[in-house]
Design a protein around this ligand. Structure first.
Ligand code: ATP
Ligand code: MG
Length: 417
């Protein structure tokens, strides 16, 4: 077979040279050249500069002695490019501890098994999600990322100049996926979210990615939560089964996930927190600190993944269905060890109620006319959610900073690379 990659490491022990090539797999290919058997190959392998781009012809060795990767008996090797300068970062062994360096040189560090493993898991997450959703009758859609209005109000929108007009980068496909429920029963989109949030936290990016789902003809919010919990379980179990080498490289043990996940009413969550001495102001969403504390308490009870349901109406977006009591909405969060990884709920599908909700939230229905129109011609009860890919990765892989979960970071200070 022919395999290609980059020379990661080279070592000579007596009359044997061992070269590691970082290619398509998590762990490197290990090429062994013995002077006594094949002097020509031995010489070529011995003189390969670190970082060279090479392809080789060979077969896996019958006897596998290396712990670091698959050993190959090499028939021939061809060099395609050599570095013109020494590499700016150390690629062997543990990746650099400085996050700054990892972000700057990610594209090069991906030759390292640890860095590569993280992004191979990311790829699996997307693949598993697509597989699960398509198999369950969801159609993949693409909605515009340049938009005239935001789903959550103006504060966190990036402005762009759109010819003579002002436009924004989409913070969520929310409104568009809902509109499409007037003609497609189930949709999903794997999409970037652009959010001009100025804060600098370990959980926020200004460009992040989500798996966004909307489901029509539901009986209640439960139908949507079922979809989300089964999706998340499918993704985690998929990675657990298919990414064994990646998880081993990252030293991560993923327990098998079973459904249903625990459902916790918002008030119950508040009670649990207060009885553990955590302050929760009346009527507000839970703070990040409160979420983390709740995560610890829930994990101790064996619930790493749990829903918080029934958020107070004043803390939620206008599009969530308001309960008859007027105080609650059919909104849920899915938390994973104390971090919100998804939000969703049942939407208001009744035209009059929706217009009323916009007014009550201080928004002008005229600005949402394109959206409202879709509710006039047979809009079924529906609901959906947005699941953050980087947040899910953080919790699955135990990453301390969300910046470890994206190839190229977009945060308050980073616009390159
Ligand atoms: P938070 O309150 O944690 O800032 P949010 O409630 O504003 O998040 P949603 O609008 O509910 O976020 O978006 C759906 C999901 O997308 C979130 O649960 C999260 O997983 C992910 N997400 C949203 N905003 C960001 C961001 N700035 N960085 C990373 N992931 C995000
Ligand atoms: Mg949310």
């Amino acid at each position: 077979m022919r395999l290609c990659g980059w020379v990661l490491r080279s070592k000579t022990i007596g009359r044997v040279v061992i070269v590691e090539v970082s290619g398509g797999d998590v762990r490197p290919y290990v090429l062994v050249g013995k002077q006594d058997l094949n002097p020509e190959l031995y010489n070529t392998l011995s003189t390969l500069p670190l970082g060279s781009a090479v392809c080789f012809e060979g077969e896996p060795a019958r006897e596998q002695k290396s712990k670091r990767g698959t050993e190959f008996e090499v028939k021939s090797i061809k060099v395609y490019a050599e570095p013109i300068e020494p590499l700016p970062v150390e690629l062997v062994g543990k990746v650099p501890s400085l996050l700054e360096t990892r972000i700057k040189y990610r594209w090069l560090l991906l030759r390292n098994p640890v860095e590569k493993a993280i992004f191979r898991v990311r790829q699996s997450i997307v693949q598993a999600a697509r597989e699960y959703l398509v198999n369950n009758g969801f159609m993949e859609i693409h909605t515009p990322k340049i938009v005239a209005a935001g789903a959550e109000g103006g504060a966190t929108l990036f402005k762009v100049q759109y010819f003579e007009r002002e436009a924004y980068l989409s913070q969520s496909p929310q409104l568009y996926k809902q509109i499409l429920i007037s003609s497609i029963p189930r949709v999903f989109e794997i999409t970037p979210y652009f959010r001009a949030e100025k804060f600098n936290t370990v959980r926020h990016l200004n460009e992040s990615w989500g798996i966004d789902v909307e489901q029509g003809f539901i009986e209640s919010m439960e139908d949507v939560m079922n979809t989300l919990e089964n999706l998340v379980a499918y993704i985690i179990n998929y990675v657990r089964d298919k990414n064994k080498e990646e998880l081993e490289t990252l030293d991560v043990e993923l327990p098998r996930v079973t459904t249903p996940f625990k459902r916790l009413k918002f008030e119950e969550a508040v009670d649990i927190l207060r009885s553990n001495g955590v302050e929760v102001p009346e009527g507000e969403d839970l703070s990040d600190q409160a979420e983390r504390e709740l995560g610890k308490i829930m994990s101790e009870k064996g619930n790493d993944l749990y829903f918080i349901v029934g958020f107070p109406w004043q803390s939620t977006g206008f599009y969530y269905m308001r309960e008859e009591d007027g105080h609650h909405t059919r909104k849920f969060d899915l938390d994973f060890r104390g971090l919100e990884i998804a939000s969703g709920g049942q939407r208001e599908h009744r035209y009059d109620k929706l217009v009323e909700a916009l007014r009550l939230k201080g928004l002008d229905p005229a600005n949402f006319s394109f959206y409202l129109e879709a509710f006039k011609y047979g809009m079924p009860p529906h609901g959906g959610f947005g699941l953050g890919i980087e947040r899910l990765m953080m919790q699955m892989l135990g990453l301390n900073n969300i910046r470890e979960a994206v190839l190229f970071v977009r945060d308050r200070t980073r616009l390159v690379p």
